[in-house]
Design a protein around this ligand. Structure first.
Ligand SMILES: [Zn+2]
Length: 160
């Protein structure tokens, strides 16, 4: 065993978290302080560590079981979102949801294209057919929003 006044940088840094938590006994803290006085590098690291603690609430150590990362990766590749219990078939509840969302998106597109055409046709003079092709999505959405609000409606055309 080494003289306790002769910490290596690795040993010192291993003790820094406990030291900052005030968990080091005095006879271990004092040689660590000694090392920090003499070692600018470890002092900087300790300061950085201290600054980090300002942002993170310390949590108790959690031991990660062997092969944990591999198991998580394998489950993720199998489509496990982490929401379903381990035993359930992970894909089953998700598929209908995806289908519904796809249908909703298709319906929205259909409605949107219908609205664009509706705006396009009656205003005639203002909008040519080829304007529809060049109209950006943002413009289309703005129009849609304006119609929803009942304002910004083309003054000639729709009301007549
Ligand atoms: Zn050091």
């Amino acid at each position: 065993m080494k003289n306790s006044n002769d910490f290596t940088c690795d040993e010192a840094r291993a003790l820094v978290p406990a030291y900052l938590d005030g968990e080091l006994s005095a006879d271990r803290a004092s040689p660590l302080r000694q090392h920090l006085m003499e070692c600018a590098d470890c002092r900087t690291k300790t300061q950085a560590h201290k600054a980090q603690r300002h942002w993170f609430v310390p949590t108790p150590e959690v031991s990660v079981p062997d092969g944990f990362a591999a198991r998580v990766a394998r489950r993720a590749f199998q489509g496990d979102t982490g929401e379903a219990p381990v035993t359930a078939e992970p894909l089953a509840p998700i598929l209908p949801f995806v289908l519904r969302m796809t249908a909703a998106a298709a319906a929205l597109l259909l409605v949107l294209s219908g609205v664009i055409r509706a705006v396009d046709v009656p205003t005639g003079g203002q909008l040519r057919a080829d304007d529809g092709a060049t109209m950006s999505l943002e413009e289309a959405l703005n129009r849609l929003e304006a119609m929803d609000n009942g304002e910004g409606r083309p003054s000639e055309g729709l009301d007549r």
